[in-house]
Write a protein that binds this ligand. Structure first.
Ligand code: FEO
Length: 180
């Protein structure tokens, strides 16, 4: 058993976030299945892959909690939201989920700062950066979707958007990545 190096409040917050990351995975899984059923095989492939990213985030929290002497407790995951109305709605909803998740991460970093828990503060920085990437990634997809769904391109534009998204990177390129 490891010496406990996080507060009770931090252990609770990290556990809540671990479950939230599992929920994020459920959201992407549900949207991926919806996209697949509706013929958007490229988008569904992207969303299935992104679901794996969220599970990796969940595992990072689990490992960190246990490594710091806490106990990562596996809890029930909230049901994912209803099916989106269309592809644009799917991407807009995904973006809102990411924004909500970013705010939850910010709260953890804030708590770590208040507690002078610099280990968790440092751990949280990885997620702060990751959330910038995730929001950028979905924003970029939304921009491409809006271009593709324009009246002048019609279904051909959407077809190409779906096809290209299958192989889209799961990582947005941020300026600071290029200088590091
Ligand atoms: Fe793990 Fe997309 O937040």
């Amino acid at each position: 058993m490891k010496t406990k190096r996080i507060s009770e409040a931090m252990e609770k917050a990290l556990n809540t976030q671990m479950t939230r990351e599992a929920y994020q995975a459920q959201v992407y899984l549900a949207y991926a299945s919806w996209a697949e059923v509706n013929g958007f095989t490229g988008i569904s492939e992207f969303l299935y892959k992104h679901m794996e990213e969220e599970r990796m985030h969940m595992s990072k929290f689990l490992k960190f909690i246990n490594d710091r002497g806490g106990h990562a407790r596996i809890a029930a995951i909230e049901a994912p939201p209803a099916d989106p109305k269309d592809l644009g709605d799917c991407l807009r909803q995904a973006l809102q989920h990411e924004i909500n998740n970013s705010k939850a991460i910010d709260e953890i970093v804030h708590l770590a700062h208040e507690e002078k828990d610099w280990a968790t503060f440092s751990f949280g920085q990885w997620f702060v950066k990751e959330q910038i990437e995730e929001e950028t990634l979905i924003n970029e997809l939304l921009d491409k979707y809006n271009l593709a769904a324009g009246e002048e391109t019609g279904n051909a534009g959407l077809y190409e958007f779906d096809r290209d998204t299958a192989t889209a990177s799961q990582e947005a390129t941020l300026p600071r990545d290029e200088v590091l």
